[in-house]
Design a protein around this ligand. Structure first.
Ligand code: CA
Length: 128
């Protein structure tokens, strides 16, 4: 990896936050964590991560709403967003892409492979 990517994970499930932080950390990513949408939006504007992993099913403000807010804010609109999507929600993926998501990752995913997947997706989006 040519440089250190930073990732913001917005995910309400603690065990997913834990394994993603651990595995991406091992992989050399800088990881920020948020357990809900408002916290995630706040971190996105202050830390300006290279990519945001956004869970769709969040309590309160759901992922699609968070996505809309990210894309409506000048400070965060250009940050790539990958939606974390349960298999049963696959029919709705179009909605997220239409709302500005760059890609999606189907849950459950292999946390050990996430770094490689992310890097691959990022390198096709971010010119490095
Ligand atoms: Ca969730």
């Amino acid at each position: 990896m040519n440089r250190r990517f930073s990732v913001l994970l917005i995910e309400d499930e603690e065990h997913i936050r834990t394994i993603v932080e651990y595995n991406l950390g091992l992989d050399g990513f800088e990881v920020y964590l948020a357990e809900d949408g408002p916290t995630g939006l706040n971190i996105a504007t202050t830390k300006e991560p290279d990519v945001i992993l956004l869970d769709w099913m969040l309590p309160g403000m759901d992922g699609l709403k968070v996505l809309e807010k990210l894309k409506a804010d000048q400070r965060t609109k250009s940050i790539p967003v990958f939606m974390l999507t349960a298999k049963r929600m696959m029919n709705d993926v179009g909605k997220a892409l239409y709302a500005g998501a760059d890609d999606y990752i189907v849950k459950p995913f292999e946390a050990e492979e996430l770094g490689e997947v992310l890097r691959h997706k990022l390198e096709s989006i971010v010119k490095i």
